[in-house]
Design a binder for this molecule. Structure first.
Ligand SMILES: Cc1cc2nc3c(=O)[nH]c(=O)nc-3n(C[C@H](O)[C@H](O)[C@H](O)COP(=O)(O)OP(=O)(O)OC[C@H]3O[C@@H](n4cnc5c(N)ncnc54)[C@H](O)[C@@H]3O)c2cc1C
Length: 409
């Protein structure tokens, strides 16, 4: 028997108030009673990664226990601005140089396919979460200029991903934005991330999954025919498989040198009168460091974020919450002319990045039946979807053609 003692990483996953926690059906009821039945799988973490995982496993007919040390959907997921992008943080041209053209192309294509897959899933399951397909405008900035973006658009088109390169004059005339170049792409979406995760958990519960909170997993061991997880209270849970969907609070066994926790800030305005028509659909981000990104929601609010810092703990500084939200609002106004006034919501959070912009979706090193989905990066929700697809296939004994892309590195 392989046994590992684990001290889990703990973070304040948010400071301030994201608007999504104030919306209806943004969480689900959990049981406080931990029964010791044996399940086919235990999913640790009830955010978007755990919710997608539980949905995929219960769809395949498996019995599932979901546990979380917080109430369901109260980790990083409600902090997300939920621009559900096929665009990976690392541009295709750069990723090709870093990991080779074949791997980079497959990662980008899989990302685009999974955004479509997520929208189709939400439609089939009739989850009420404001999911809709939206175009994305990626603006030239200090990290990638016009020429680099033109090459990037060309590379994406080569592999069949729509990407129109826009010149300065087009950007000014369509969006009133003064940038030297941009890529306009189609295959992304937005949603209320908390309603999305809660809706998926509700579907898993309707298929007899159990959801118990608060339960903190502190230790794990592999048994000949399954896994045993220990809780902070000293209980032991047994299952055929375990999947850690614990977001930025990974266990030591899941640590990877490619991965770092950083800090990020976001805000949501009151509904803005006279929002430009294009902003109802188009979501925007820029090739700058630090970057600005923004979108609208169905109520006409502007949701914007960025100003990332490398330090993992600066997001808990209340002074920074105030200054960063002022900077984000000022940058938004300078770029678009939109004045949002005093933000209705502002929040900060840890945020994880990897050196190649790709997530870690794999068996935990040293274990056969313990897996993890760590969907890091600006398109973390898309990666959570890929994680559910790959890990549910692995548990079913099937191979996924892209599993090699997201291994522990
Ligand atoms: C400000 C901000 C903006 C973002 N914007 C976007 C965006 O526009 N688009 C996008 O795709 N992504 C975005 N992301 C990233 C995205 O939000 C994350 O990738 C995603 O929410 C991670 O979901 P998760 O389920 O993996 O983690 P979480 O939602 O954090 O869920 C993990 C759960 O595991 C539980 N847990 C942890 N350890 C244990 C343990 N030992 N025992 C029991 N339970 C445990 C936690 O309590 C938590 O509830 C953003 C993130 C932030 C912070």
């Amino acid at each position: 028997m392989t046994k590992h003692k684990a001290e889990t990483r703990k973070d304040e996953l948010r400071s301030g108030t994201p608007l999504w926690v104030r919306t209806s059906h943004s969480t689900v009821d959990a049981s406080s009673e931990l029964r010791h039945d044996r399940f086919d799988a235990i999913v640790v973490g009830a955010g978007i990664s755990g919710a997608l995982m539980a949905e995929a496993l219960t769809r395949a007919g498996r019995s599932v226990l979901i546990v979380d040390r917080r109430p369901p959907v109260r980790g990083s997921t409600p902090a997300s601005t939920a621009m559900i992008q096929h665009e990976i943080d690392m541009p295709l041209t750069r990723l090709r140089r870093k990991v080779g053209a074949d791997r980079a192309d497959r990662a980008w294509l899989r990302s685009a396919k999974s955004v479509d897959g997520l929208q189709a899933l939400v439609k089939t399951l009739r989850i009420d979460c404001q999911m809709r397909q939206r175009p994305v405008l990626y603006l030239a900035g200090d990290d990638m200029g016009a020429r680099a973006l033109a090459a990037e658009a060309e590379a994406r088109r080569e592999i069949g991903i729509t990407a129109d390169y826009l010149k300065h004059a087009d950007i000014v005339s369509h969006f009133g934005i003064d940038r030297t170049g941009a890529i306009l792409s189609q295959a992304s979406a937005s949603a209320n991330p908390a309603q999305l995760a809660a809706g998926l958990l509700q579907v898993a519960l309707s298929r007899q999954a159990r959801l118990v909170s608060p339960v903190e997993i502190t230790d794990m061991a592999e048994l000949p025919s399954g896994v045993a997880l220990a809780t902070a209270k000293g209980e032991v849970l047994v299952a055929g498989h375990a999947v850690f969907c614990t977001g930025y609070e990974y266990l030591p066994q899941m640590k990877s040198t490619t991965h770092r926790v950083t800090s990020t800030w976001a805000l949501a305005s009151e509904p803005v009168r006279g929002l430009p028509g294009w902003l109802r659909d188009v979501m925007v981000w820029e090739a700058s460091d630090p970057y600005l990104y923004f979108r609208s929601d169905e109520a006409g609010r502007v949701i914007a974020g960025g100003e990332d810092e490398k330090a993992a703990n600066s997001n808990s500084d209340p002074q920074k919450l105030s200054t960063k939200s002022k900077t984000i609002a000022a940058k938004l106004e300078a770029l678009t002319g939109i004045k949002i006034g005093k933000p209705a919501y502002r929040w900060s959070a840890p945020f994880s990045v990897t050196d190649d912009g790709l997530p870690i979706i794999d068996r935990v090193p040293g274990f056969e039946r313990v897996f993890t989905v760590m969907g890091f990066g600006g398109n973390g929700i898309t990666f959570s979807m890929i994680g559910a697809e790959i890990i549910s296939a692995m548990i079913a004994g099937r191979s996924d053609p892209d599993a090699d892309l997201f291994r522990f590195r």
